[in-house]
Write a protein that binds this ligand. Structure first.
Ligand code: NAI
Ligand code: MG
Length: 474
């Protein structure tokens, strides 16, 4: 096998103007928070990037009041006028894409190749897509009446992209928002606040409140919030569903996943290997729809695993800002501890662990690409979301067995099917209890295509025409 030596090709961080401290974005202004500020770190180096304000429930109340006041103005604008603001935001995102991508990689740890080539193009595409709907709501079939103030709580795995998924459809439909980014990745949301100012968005239409779970809980519980949208853990999703129950607030939840990536013996092996690698090592596996369970047909197990290990051994783990990097840093010490704990359980429960020889940086939070073979359905690593670069390999003999194993999970977000046979793809897709089924590909996204889950993966759809429904009074 050829071994390639790469010269480092780091992206410059000079394009980002980091401030030492950040406030909340309320009513079009940056204001101080009343809580104790927290630090956000670069997970690749453990360096503190900035101090960020904590919003207390009083601060959240001010943000909701600003959003309520702005709702009158914003919802009264013709859709074509709202569209102009959204198009303007989309264009500014494209103009400032490099700055946003570098900041995302600094705060989150994801490779610049991904933030530059996946996250940012998708973020801009979402704003363009929903800008296009703003003056065409009458054709979507969900009515034209916005809900009011949307309280949105997002996670740290795709900080700016999750913001786009939430903010773009809300604004297009005429709602205003109070958004809480995750406490380990607040910086691109605050840069987005600056973009809202640059786009001269009316004050109060977008408000950003930073802080940890308590701030999120205050947003969700606020009586003047009409709609709650959450992406994150199933555990917190349950708490939120309880808070919202009986209040009349509309709710969408996008929670965890344990997707099966199913490879049949007739699949193109090299293509499948790329899809498996993309499915589990993309974004360090911090992906709700990650293909974390590989189901391989028994007859090709040896061949496929040999090819997969060869490929995984070429993955470059390290500096997220290096353009050669494939796998960056794990987002936080807490997440690293969780990945370690579940991997140790994998071993003690009897699965066989494998990682390529790979040098990890000394500082920062790192975990090598890892495969577990000989995994049984009852093993914890086959059941719980690891949310890291850890793949569980199981086998099957018949299509029916593949379906049964794939569906044997409390989750139902996504699945992948690899086969040459079109009729088998359709047969499988009909039977898989998953919101998205990819065929001979994985992790493909488009703003026009709805995304969401079954069972404990949540409810409601984001993206596409369906994504409008969550923000309209149907
Ligand atoms: P989390 O669910 O605690 O955090 C997500 C967001 O919810 C953050 O903004 C957080 O501040 C906020 N939050 C926390 N408690 C809240 C509450 N009581 N009320 C309102 N908002 C609250 O997720 P965490 O702890 O960061 O990750 C734990 C696990 O969750 C991960 O290991 C992974 O398995 C899963 N996860 C799934 C995600 C997905 O995209 N489906 C995203 C992030 C985590
Ligand atoms: Mg951070």
């Amino acid at each position: 096998m050829a071994i390639f030596e790469y010269a480092p090709a780091p992206e410059s961080r000079d394009v980002v103007d980091l401030r030492s401290s950040y406030g909340l974005f309320v009513n079009g202004e940056f204001v101080e928070g009343s809580g104790k500020p927290f630090k956000t770190v670069n997970p690749a180096t453990e360096e503190t990037l900035a101090e960020v304000a904590t919003a207390t429930s009083d601060d959240v109340d001010r943000a909701v009041q600003a959003a309520r006041k702005a709702f009158g103005v914003w919802s009264a604008l013709p859709g074509s006028e709202r569209a102009k603001y959204l198009f303007r935001i989309a264009r500014i995102i494209q103009e400032r894409a490099r700055e946003l991508a570098v900041l995302e990689s600094l705060d989150n740890g994801k490779p610049i190749r991904e933030s530059r080539d996946f996250d940012l193009p998708q973020v801009a595409a979402h704003f363009f897509y929903y800008a296009g709907w703003a003056d065409k709501l009458e054709y979507a079939g969900f009515g034209m009446k916005p809900l009011g103030v949307a309280g949105q709580v997002i996670p740290w795995n795709f900080p700016l992209l999750m913001l786009a998924w939430k903010v773009a459809p809300a604004l297009a439909c005429g709602n205003t928002v109070v958004l809480k980014p995750a406490e380990t990745t607040p910086l691109t949301a605050l840069l987005f606040a600056d973009i809202c100012r640059q786009a001269e968005l009316p004050p109060g239409v977008v408000n950003i409140v930073t802080g940890a779970g308590e701030t999120g809980a205050a947003v969700v519980a606020h009586p003047d919030v009409d709609k709650v949208a959450f992406t994150g853990s199933t555990e917190v999703g349950r708490i939120i569903a309880r808070t919202v129950a009986g209040t009349g607030k509309k709710l969408t939840l996008e929670l965890g996943g344990k997707a099966a990536n199913i490879v049949f013996e007739d699949a193109a092996i090299d293509q499948a290997v790329e899809g498996i690698v993309n499915g589990i090592f993309f974004n360090q596996g911090h992906v709700c729809c990650a293909g974390s369970r590989l189901l391989v047909q028994e007859s090709i197990q040896d061949e496929l695993l040999a090819a997969l290990k060869r490929r995984v051994a070429t993955l470059r783990v390290g500096d997220p800002l290096d353009k050669n990097t494939d796998v960056g840093a794990v987002n936080s010490a807490e997440q690293l501890a969780k990945i370690r704990r579940l991997s140790e359980l994998g071993e003690s429960e009897g699965a066989e662990r494998w990682s390529p020889a790979c040098e990890l940086p000394e500082r920062g939070f790192w975990f090598p690409p890892t495969l577990f073979t000989g995994v049984a359905q009852s093993h914890t690593i086959a059941r719980e979301e690891v949310f890291g670069p850890v793949l569980s390999v199981l086998t099957f003999r018949t299509p029916a067995e593949a379906v049964e194993k794939a569906n044997n999970t409390p989750y139902g977000l996504s699945a992948g099917v690899w086969t040459e046979k079109g009729s088998r793809i359709l047969w499988m897709a009909e039977r898989l209890r998953a919101g998205v089924v990819w065929a001979n590909t994985f992790n493909k996204f488009d703003p026009a295509s709805p995304f969401g889950g079954y069972k404990e993966s949540g409810f409601g759809r984001e993206g596409g025409l369906h994504g409008l429904e969550a923000y309209l009074d149907v």
